[in-house]
Ligand binder design. Structure first.
Ligand code: ZN
Length: 160
């Protein structure tokens, strides 16, 4: 797996009391060893608050990401892309687009959940597209996975 942090600033790392190495460690831990070299995880720091992820099924090329400016990528790879808001303060509470409420103790707990959610989509076989696109399953699976790994995340559907 190739993990790249884009547009991260020393100020953000300092404010969240983390290092880039800690982010790499969390992403590696959540995704696991089996991902292999074909998976690329890009984590952008953006303005504002929140954290969103996307996994687009199918192979990508270096030209598909960051206007082709990210060096060292394979000729083709699977891509998880995450945008993390630089104004997030922790603990952080939010609702997602699927009717769930969430609470994350730290930015690393937040990233763990979002990475786990997108990795769920990646891991579903392509013939099971309906399952792969099921956001309720993705949230449930991701929450169980990060809790099993010991992350400090609270999540529940329908605000309950
Ligand atoms: Zn999803």
């Amino acid at each position: 797996m190739y993990i790249r942090l884009l547009d991260w600033t020393p100020e953000a790392l300092e404010r969240w009391h983390i290092s880039k190495a800690a982010v790499w460690e969390v992403v590696s831990h959540v995704v696991g060893e089996k991902a292999g070299r074909s998976l690329v995880v890009l984590i952008y720091l953006t303005g504002g608050t929140g954290c969103s992820g996307e996994y687009l099924p199918g192979w990508r090329t270096p030209e598909d990401v960051h206007r082709g400016t990210v060096k060292g990528l394979s000729p083709r790879f699977l891509l998880i892309r995450i945008a993390l808001g630089t104004d997030n303060t922790y603990p952080y509470a939010t609702h997602d687009d699927y009717g769930w409420s969430w609470r994350f103790a730290t930015v690393l707990d937040h990233l763990a959940l979002v990475v786990s959610h997108e990795n769920y989509h990646r891991c579903q076989p392509s013939f099971a597209r309906r399952r792969a696109n099921n956001e309720q399953h993705a949230n449930r699976d991701a929450l169980k996975h990060v809790l099993d790994l010991g992350f400090n995340v609270e999540g529940a559907p329908h605000g309950g």
